[in-house]
Design a protein around this ligand. Structure first.
Ligand code: MG
Length: 252
């Protein structure tokens, strides 16, 4: 199932994109129950927005075994967490705006997990019950400020620094998905979630032991090797097998 947020004639709603190309609004308590209306709108008549409005975005640092080995970095024994504010979120097709404070803004293609139910202190075995689905994400990073500041809040938090979407795909196994990033059509990052140091259930369990996860919260699962700089006029795409392709232009 593909779940997204859309606007039609100025009205914003969460809906399910059917195989017939029609977007059916969800009714009832989202995401507690996934019930669709018996009417819908053709996809080409709606605007596709970011697929959820997270209260918080929790991100994982180094989480690809191949990436750690590439840089000779020690494999962490626990996930390293940081956060991005909810105001970083933009939808597919919206522009990533390069801030004047930075000389190097990088893309980081990542698999995002979207939380379905309130979760606190859950086990890895229980985690799938609390996950709504998966969507492509770009953990946009001002690399020079990340190095300068010695911690990551400013570097990760500029407006537009968290493109998400287009859809949350439910009922898939996040364990062996190919994640690719293209800059202006050229492949820059290519790996598989099979290389994760901490798999999705482990991450959700670990984070839920720290903070209560709420419906619509997003977890960015970390990036692989090949991250690089974006400049004004670029087009960046994150493509995840069976999940979708997220495209955003870059402007100054
Ligand atoms: Mg990242």
């Amino acid at each position: 199932m593909r779940i997204g947020r859309f606007s039609y004639k100025g009205q914003v709603f969460t809906g399910q994109l059917g195989d017939d190309g029609i977007v059916y609004p969800l009714t009832g308590e989202i995401y507690k129950e996934i019930r669709t209306a018996n009417y819908g709108y053709p996809l080409d008549e709606v605007k596709v927005l970011a697929p959820c409005t997270p209260g918080k975005i929790i991100c994982v640092g180094l989480n690809y075994r191949d990436h750690a080995e590439e840089f000779g970095l020690p494999v962490p024994d626990e996930p390293v967490l940081f956060m991005k504010p909810s105001t970083t979120v933009i939808g597919p097709g919206e522009a990533i705006v390069l801030p004047p404070q930075s000389r190097q803004v990088d893309f980081e293609g990542e698999l995002a997990v979207v939380i379905r139910h309130r979760a606190r202190n859950i086990s890895p075995e229980e985690a799938p019950l609390y996950i709504l689905g998966y969507t492509p994400a770009n953990d946009v990073t001002a690399r020079d400020l990340q190095k300068k500041d010695g911690q990551w809040t400013r570097a990760k938090s500029f407006d537009t620094f968290c493109p998400l979407g287009p859809y949350i795909v439910t009922d898939i196994d996040p364990g062996g998905l190919t994640v690719s990033t293209y800059l202006n059509g050229v492949l820059k990052q290519y790996s598989s979630t099979a290389n994760f140091i901490f798999d999705v259930p482990t991450l959700v369990s670990f984070i839920s032991g720290v903070m209560t996860l709420m419906p619509g919260d997003v977890i960015l699962t970390g990036t692989s090797g090949g991250v690089g700089k974006m400049v004004d006029g670029d087009k960046v795409e994150i493509d995840i097998e069976n999940v979708g392709r997220l495209m955003n232009p870059v402007i100054e």
